[in-house]
Design a protein around this ligand. Structure first.
Ligand SMILES: NC(=O)c1ccc[n+]([C@@H]2O[C@H](COP(=O)([O-])OP(=O)(O)OC[C@H]3O[C@@H](n4cnc5c(N)ncnc54)[C@H](O)[C@@H]3O)[C@@H](O)[C@H]2O)c1
Length: 339
């Protein structure tokens, strides 16, 4: 029998608790030996629920523990860079939630340390593990429906984040659209030009921190394709997730996954089932698959993906989107990166 990978989770909030449950209940290649959160009571509740013995408040304690081989980091975005850096210097294998950091200088410093220490670093772009989105990728990449021409992504959250969360998240383009920026690279390739417009229409407190709650982003790709992304922080009918890659000889789409496909008609019209309410339901399988892949790669000493470099590329697009929004003009990525 293959060995298990001893792991600890740092940050057991919304997504960290999902990852911990998955690690304990579904990823049998891992053995969760500790959980950590600066809000000790939050980590304690997760530990009690899952029968995890060790609970700590300060992640440095985990770095000193030679029995812990890998860390899953799911703390707030503005803490990722320093925790990943410390973890790499301690020789731990790392899975970090998206995005790796909000500043390119931080990402570059982290990636240098990751390279120097030789540890693995996988970043949590979970949508790359979705079966429908993988199928679109496979069909488009094979060329069987011609060259990609137009990409559309609709990505709408059911309800806005708390002000506390939004403050440390990097805002709409670096927190929510970041998944779409990773997805456009996965489906089509590199972006040549980006133009972002946005507004605050339903969440007044986001205006106070300079954020937006709706946006439209248009993209030109280096291969000639063009695309749009639309995002909303509020969507009353659930978590709306759609993608289409229209190609010269056909189209490939991933639509919403309804609870069932039954349709009921009555005097008021036709009614179908709801879409999943949140990312936790819609992408439940992906959260398991991405972390299982990471654990297996650690166990079998194989390269991980998506990497910190993928995260850098999507953060760069997020930063260019903010610049475009502020200047109200398209931004050429070459001009933005100075290359
Ligand atoms: N891939 C996805 O689908 C997805 C979904 C949600 C969130 N995320 C990402 O995951 C991260 C966390 O988001 P969330 O929604 O779970 O936030 P959250 O606020 O619910 O949880 C973050 C937790 O980290 C803890 N924490 C903060 N600093 C810490 C430190 N120094 N040491 C230990 N614990 C610390 C907080 O106390 C909190 O419990 C963010 O980077 C976010 O972008 C990814």
């Amino acid at each position: 029998m293959k060995r298990k990978v001893n792991m600890a989770v740092i940050g057991t909030g919304r997504i960290g608790s999902v990852h911990t449950r998955n690690l304990v209940r579904a990823i049998h290649e891992a053995n969760v030996v500790a959980v950590c959160d600066i809000r000790l009571e939050v980590a304690q509740a997760v530990a009690d629920e899952l029968g995890i013995d060790r609970v700590v408040k300060d992640y440095h304690e985990l770095l000193e523990d030679k029995d812990i081989e890998a860390l899953l980091i799911a703390t707030n975005t503005d803490t990722h860079a320093f925790i990943v850096k410390d973890a790499a210097l301690a020789g731990k294998q790392i899975f970090c939630e998206k995005p790796l950091a909000l500043q390119l200088a931080d990402i570059d410093e982290v990636m240098q340390i990751v390279e120097d220490t030789g540890v693995k670093l996988q970043v949590g772009y979970n949508r790359r593990f979705d079966k429908s989105l993988q199928r679109v990728h496979q069909v488009v990449a094979s060329g069987e429906i011609g060259r990609p021409c137009i990409l559309h992504i609709t990505n709408r959250d059911p309800e806005p984040p708390s002000l506390e969360y939004a403050r440390t998240s990097g805002g709409m383009f670096l927190d929510m659209s970041i998944h779409d920026f990773d997805m456009v690279r996965y489906q089509i390739g590199e972006v040549e030009e980006i133009y972002a417009i946005g507004n605050v229409l339903v969440t007044p407190y986001l205006k106070d921190i300079g954020d937006v709650d709706v946006d439209i982003i248009t993209l030109k790709f280096t291969n000639g394709a063009i695309g749009t992304i639309d995002n909303s922080r509020q969507c009353v009918y659930g978590y709306d997730q759609r993608l289409e890659v229209f190609c010269s000889l056909g189209t490939a789409m991933a639509g919403n996954e309804f609870e069932n496909t039954g349709v009921m008609g009555d005097r008021t019209g036709f009614h179908s089932a709801k879409v999943p309410y949140s990312f936790i339901e819609r992408y439940a399988d992906c959260y398991i698959t991405e972390v299982r892949q990471f654990v297996q790669c650690v166990r079998d000493d194989k390269p991980v993906s998506p990497t910190g470099y993928d995260s850098r590329a999507s953060v760069l697009l997020g930063m260019a989107a903010w610049e475009s929004f502020r200047q109200n003009r398209p931004i050429c990525m070459q001009e933005f990166t100075g290359k």
